[in-house]
Design a protein around this ligand. Structure first.
Ligand code: PMP
Length: 395
């Protein structure tokens, strides 16, 4: 039979990353491709303890349906941690618990986008956000972005020429894919521009706590005077992604719409996962856990940067991240990262070609490297092999 799918299905295709990750399931491959946290630091023993404790103390509530907004004690803890780290002034009631921030991106699309509306984003931006928004048939408008973040003048120009701008999607801290972080001045300049327009900002911040040195910068949400910014956070990178616990912080007017959509989408986020994380936060010091993650990722990042400096030809440029999971490489114009990938796969090294992170295409001479998921020896070996392949281009 000829199956008639909805028109919107035309927007979905197998993502490059999924295809590459299939190849990297081979344990012989040195993979810089995924965005996976280091599994050796997952708090397995602690989770065993708190799961038993939750089932013992409140098993009936933990296994029951629950409210769409989420478990209030957890929402209060999320608000307090976010305030302490990112300078916001949130209360438990401002937090809506989500099944991963990926769900929050999909719901932002559902709440704000009609066909042909504009999503304004950094150039490049997170591939998962492009995929989530694509389901709502928007146009993507990329704003010039450099080492300090989005260019506020270019943003103002875009907003003046785009009456259908509905979402500005940004990742100011240790961005996926580039690892770059916006300076405080750029954050202020960005907010000065967006305050002049009736457009919502989605500030996606999964990596902000994973800072290798120096103070954490204030969130855009902390400078939000008009209820314009939706801040997204997640436990995926500071705890574990398998639980799928994330949240948004938004004004009551926006929150109400997200609650409607979530009620229709999945009723609520897993009750038992919320209770487990809440019990973990009660019983253990998550900041100690985050410090361990930071120490591990800082070392891995350092090893990768040092190896790139040694092994890559000088015409290859790369970002020096201050935190997070990724760095970003720009090859000389004319070298295609997809071609480089197929040569590197023969040497059993994988990464993600950067073109996929530009919603309107181009920039095929870029690539993303993840440093969180491989031990230092394999990072050195992998970068060494990439260097060998790069030198074969006679740069
Ligand atoms: N946003 C960004 C920028 C990400 O890098 C990721 C994870 N790769 C997500 C959202 C999704 O996170 P979650 O596990 O909370 O759905």
């Amino acid at each position: 039979m000829k199956i008639k799918f909805a028109d919107r299905m035309g927007h979905f295709r197998a993502s490059d990353i999924r295809e590459i990750l299939k190849v990297t399931a081979d344990p012989e491959i040195i993979s810089f491709a995924g965005g996976l946290p280091a599994p050796e630091l997952f708090p397995i023993e602690e989770l065993k303890t708190v799961t038993a404790e939750v089932l013992e103390r409140c098993g009936r509530e933990a296994l029951q349906y629950s409210t769409t907004e989420g478990y209030l004690p957890l929402r209060e803890k999320i608000a307090a941690r976010t305030n302490a780290k990112f300078g916001t002034a949130l209360e438990g009631g401002d937090i809506l618990v989500m099944s991963g921030s990926q769900q929050a991106l999909d719901y932002a699309g559902k709440v704000f986008l009609d066909d042909g509306d504009a999503v304004i984003c950094e150039s490049p931006t997170y591939l998962g956000a492009i995929s989530a928004f694509l389901g709502y048939s928007p146009r993507f408008v990329e704003v010039a972005t450099d080492d300090d973040g989005m260019d506020p003048r270019d943003l103002e120009r875009v907003l003046r020429s785009e009456p259908r701008a509905r979402i500005i999607y940004v990742i100011p801290d240790f961005q996926n894919p580039t690892g770059r972080t916006w300076s405080v001045e750029r954050r202020e300049a960005f907010m000065d521009v967006v305050r002049q327009f009736d457009v919502v900002v989605v500030e996606d911040n999964p990596y902000g706590e994973l800072r290798f040195q120096g103070p954490i910068f204030p969130a855009l949400k902390s400078m939000d005077t008009r209820g314009q910014v939706i801040l997204q956070g997640t436990f995926s990178k500071v705890f574990c992604p398998g639980m799928r616990i994330a949240w948004i912080a938004a004004s009551p007017e926006i929150m109400e719409k997200f609650v409607f959509v979530k009620q229709a989408g999945d009723l609520h986020t897993s009750t038992i996962s919320q209770r487990e994380i809440d019990a973990y936060l009660e019983a253990y010091d998550i900041e100690e856990h985050v410090e361990k993650l930071v120490a591990l990722y800082r070392e891995r990042c350092f090893v990768m940067l040092e190896a790139m400096e040694r092994e890559f030809p000088p015409s290859v440029r790369f970002v020096r991240p201050d935190g997070g999971l990724f760095t970003w490489v720009e090859l000389p114009e004319g070298i295609n990262a997809r071609d480089l990938l197929s040569r590197c796969l023969k040497e059993k090294v994988a990464f993600v070609p950067g073109g996929a992170f530009y919603p309107n295409g181009g920039h095929e001479n870029t690539l993303r490297l993840n440093f969180s998921n491989m031990p230092p020896e394999r990072i050195r070996d992998g970068i060494g092999l990439m260097g060998k392949v790069l030198r074969s281009y006679s740069l």
